[in-house]
Design a protein around this ligand. Sequence first.
Ligand code: COA
Length: 371
Amino acid sequence: MQTSIIRSTGYWVPPNVISNEELVESYNRYATRFNSDNAAAITAGELADVPLSSAEFVKNASGIERRHVIEKSGILDIDHLRPHITPRPFDEVSFHAEFALKSVKIALEKAGIDGSDVDGVIVASSAQQRNFPGIACEIQSLIGSQGWSFDLTMACASALYGLNIANAMIASGQAKRILVCSPEIMTCINVHSRRDVHFIFGDASSAILVEAEDGQAGGWDVLGTHTKNKFSNNLRSDFGFLNDAERSVEPDFSPGLDQDGQKVFKDVVSFSPTVARELMDRLKIAPEDVRRTWLHQANIRMVEMIAKRILGRDRTPENAPGILHEYGNTSSSSVVMNFEMHSDDMAAGETGLMCAFGAGYGVGAAAIRKR
Ligand code: COA
């Protein structure tokens, strides 16, 4: 069976930053105006008021201090509450593909690989700009790859589902080089008028170049990958092509992101370490053999609890680094960004473990060893 290696990774984040203070100030202006405009209905008990948010709560409850976003003014404009994106003609590169390409080019350049040498492209992200043609098909064409491509969606675990498939396709001899990219424009999925989610997400794009092992030095051996699901309704985004047909008769239907944050927290903290441990057991990797785990960045308390259950020891910034404070939750790209920012100091032969979790619930894990 052919084994695979991670040859390179790349990530790109937009330069525009929104601090908690800026975001909460705009959200609170929106809430105050809503409550004032609807005071009579709220007093009569016909409508719920919109509660105020606080920058201090956001930092303490999540660990997030700021996030990078594709466009700032639209998110902070209380009449818009989402990024402004200029429409493009169909014969121009799409916004989503352009965003993905930024990290794809970095991963290819680092590996010194031309796009024409890539057999397959998987866009693995929480959502795609359109249903078809796949964003992966567009990227494949833009980089000059002659092989196959498809989009895959498994929320915050998408990148590791993509890595799992890439690993299996290389093992079976169907491909020698696969690009898994995760362009996550979460500020277009999030609902910035909903207090329990308005602060969670930032935007980022990441890419992983996976290759068949060919004796070349460098990179990371993929020791094994694993994915597992447990269905839950607690974290949803209902935007989809059936909405017009199925939901148009429901005036209150809201297709944006919604969650029961406490349930998600509790369920994911208990489920994801079991999936990571299943992989470790299969590969006969003991917790003390794992120098570092790169976890999906959803909430710093989740990172602490999940790291402890995977590693069997207290989480430290060394054994389970965090990037939430700067980027927020960048969905599936976060685990790749975290790996890239915190892996240079590892020595050849040392083992690490990526673990990502999210809606579905879906959990992906990958054990890797520095070459
Ligand atoms: N600003 C100020 N206060 C807020 C607030 C906000 N934005 N949101 C909630 N509060 C208040 C609540 O009203 C509550 O007040 P009370 O105690 O007087 O009733 C208190 O803060 C605690 O609220 P709670 O909902 O229990 O907060 P929490 O500690 O569970 O944190 C999340 C909320 C969303 C940060 C947390 O549940 C979480 O991170 N869940 C996982 C979500 C996630 O990561 N999803 C993606 C997974 S990939």
